[in-house]
Design a protein around this ligand. Structure first.
Ligand code: HXC
Length: 260
């Protein structure tokens, strides 16, 4: 599939999805969101792909937000629809069975920060900068930033960042739990691929069920979530990889997982 605003590369069991509008710091317009949805769908169905890495083209930005020039001409109904469309695509990323890792190479602002938060894991260059600057434009986050930021860093810090519009550096983002790791800028892709390959080497169904158990469980009361976890735990025993993993451990040899 050919895209105007995205690049898709595959290597080993990884897919690298790059938002490619560097002249606009990879800002998200409706076309780019639409393509992102299509690409995630395509990679979800691609049996060769076990882990997806999401990054931004160029040296400066992961994604500098929703496209302000595009948003400027929207009426309230169209603006609401734009927010809902973005939320739908970001939900698709969050519920994609395959782990999605954000490799944050620069600015992750507004919709860019929201996109990173929809990913499972966030690895950032030391040069990355984060923020929800929507109040500077007379609006609020609309791609679920009010919700995902509060869930990731807590209500107080989320309100501070969203009310002030302040930008924070990678160090502060790490301290508040917004990102998983900071790496030197020139090692960002190597380190992200390393984590991606490590995850890809594990029992595929187990990783996918773990993602579901965490995401779905967080929306449930604890007792129900724990029961849900036990059901998925039981389901793992329907896979060859469970038999192989446990047999390999007891035989003191490395496992040979088949992904089923
Ligand atoms: C459209 C953007 C853009 C954006 C940058 N550009 N961000 N275009 N939408 N979000 C464009 C600039 O207009 C400029 O185009 C080019 O990219 C380079 O940007 P500069 O501003 O010249 O670069 P620099 O001085 O280095 O500043 C970088 C920056 C700044 C700090 C990231 O660009 C900035 O503040 N951008 C806006 C960030 C923002 O407010 N994001 C939140 C958007 S609201 P030209 O043609 O002049 O070269 C949002 C809502 C989400 O995301 C929810 C929607 C429902």
């Amino acid at each position: 599939m050919q895209f105007n605003n995205l690049l898709v590369q595959k290597e080993n069991n990884l897919a690298i999805l790059t938002i490619n509008r560097p002249a606009a710091l990879n800002a998200l317009n409706a076309d780019t969101l639409h393509e992102l949805g299509q690409a995630i769908q395509m990679l979800t169905e691609d049996q060769e792909v076990k882990v997806i890495i999401l990054t931004g083209a160029g040296e400066k930005a992961f994604v500098a937000g929703a496209d302000i020039a595009f948003m400027q001409q929207l009426d309230p109904i169209a603006a609401r629809q734009f927010a809902l469309t973005g939320q739908m695509v970001f939900n698709q990323i969050e519920s994609c069975p395959k782990p999605v890792i954000a490799a944050i190479n620069g600015y992750a602002l507004g919709g860019g920060c929201e996109l990173a938060m929809a990913c499972d894991i966030r690895i950032a260059s030391e040069k990355a900068k984060f923020g929800q600057p929507e109040v500077n434009l007379g609006v609020i986050p609309g791609f679920a930033g009010t919700q995902r930021l509060a869930r990731l860093v807590g209500k107080g810090k989320a309100k501070e960042l969203i009310f002030t519009g302040d930008m924070i550096d990678a160090q502060e983002a790490y301290q508040i739990g917004l990102i998983n790791q900071i790496v030197p800028h020139d090692q960002l892709m190597d380190q992200t691929k390393k984590m991606g390959l490590k995850i890809a080497s594990k029992a595929l169904v187990a990783v996918q069920l773990a993602k579901r158990a965490i995401n779905e469980g967080l929306e449930m009361p604890l007792e129900q979530a724990n029961y849900h976890e036990a059901n998925y735990f039981g389901l793992c025993f329907a896979t060859n990889d469970q038999k192989e993993g446990m047999a390999a451990f007891l035989a003191k040899r490395p496992p040979q997982f088949q992904g089923k």
